[in-house]
Write a protein that binds this ligand. Structure first.
Ligand SMILES: O=C(O)CCC(=O)C(=O)O
Ligand SMILES: [Fe+2]
Length: 268
């Protein structure tokens, strides 16, 4: 794991709301993580969320189900995935980029754009989650080369500064986000092809999307979203297990070590 960031990368993340980090994983690490991800996805079948028996969400046949094979919280059932997404060294990078003192896992996701899958419409992540923060951050790791042909990611640089926490959702129309944020439609998008093992980081308020997979091969990616320490509950259930959700009141600090473990805290 190459966890060294340059000051240019940190500055460009702050400015643009995303940054690329080529060569994050070695070939051996990609092979290990990819095998663990594929094994977890196979174990889960059509169930979308791992490690929570009360969450019965299943993949169906709708448009969104054909954007990608989306499986969440693999870290809860696979020790290899857990070792990567809860890595303290990764946590240190995330804290440096997000400019926070500590960071907790929100949820991970396997996002496999199957052959000829639909595009991923422009969207924001943080409005979906159970906390709102200008410092929420995700990593997106390419486990196969991601190309403009197979649905690599695109970002709108600086869009995180135009966003609020109102959820525009993610629908079938690529441009629906811009009904809520017309100013974002004036930004030139940045296409971010990646080699297997490269990763990007994006702010939970930075607009992003991906094209269709026009190839007959899978675009395999793993992402994980992270919550700054001290973040408070906003009333959204999102992925919270029912038993925990019922105990929460808006304003409570989300600090549950079982569901949202802290992966890094800077020494004070
Ligand atoms: O992989 C994609 O197509 C979308 C990924 C995404 O939305 C995310 O990582 O937040
Ligand atoms: Fe997203």
């Amino acid at each position: 794991m190459n966890t060294t960031l340059t000051s240019e990368q940190i500055a460009s993340y702050e400015r643009d709301g995303f940054v690329l980090h080529p060569g994050f994983l070695s070939a051996a690490e990609v092979a290990e993580l990819k095998a663990a991800v594929l094994e977890s996805v196979a174990t889960m079948g059509r169930k979308k969320v791992a490690g929570d028996a009360t969450n019965t969400a299943q993949e169906g046949e709708a448009y969104y189900d054909k954007v990608f094979t989306q499986r969440l919280n693999l870290w809860r059932i696979n020790s290899t995935v857990k070792r990567y997404v809860l890595s303290p060294e990764l946590g240190r990078m995330l804290c440096a980029l997000a400019r926070v003192k500590s960071i907790r896992v929100w949820h991970d996701q396997a996002l496999i754009k199957e052959p000829f899958a639909n595009p991923t419409s422009w969207h924001l992540d943080n409005p979906y989650w159970s906390f709102f923060s200008p410092h929420s951050i995700s990593i997106w790791i390419a486990m196969e080369d991601a190309t403009p042909q197979n649905g690599c990611m695109y970002f709108l640089p600086g869009s995180h500064r135009l966003a609020t926490y109102q959820n525009a959702g993610i629908g079938e129309n690529m441009a629906d986000l811009f009904k809520l944020y017309p100013k974002m439609a004036e930004i030139d998008s940045v296409c971010t092809p990646m080699k297997a093992g490269d990763c990007s980081f994006h702010n939970g308020l930075c607009a992003h999307g991906a094209g269709a997979n026009m190839t007959r091969r899978r675009r395999i990616a793993m992402t994980c979203a992270y919550m700054p320490g001290g973040s408070t509950f906003n009333g959204n259930r999102n992925i919270l297990p029912e038993s925990y959700f019922k105990t929460l009141r808006p304003g409570d600090v989300l600090a549950n070590d079982q569901w949202n473990p802290e992966i890094y805290a800077a020494a004070i």
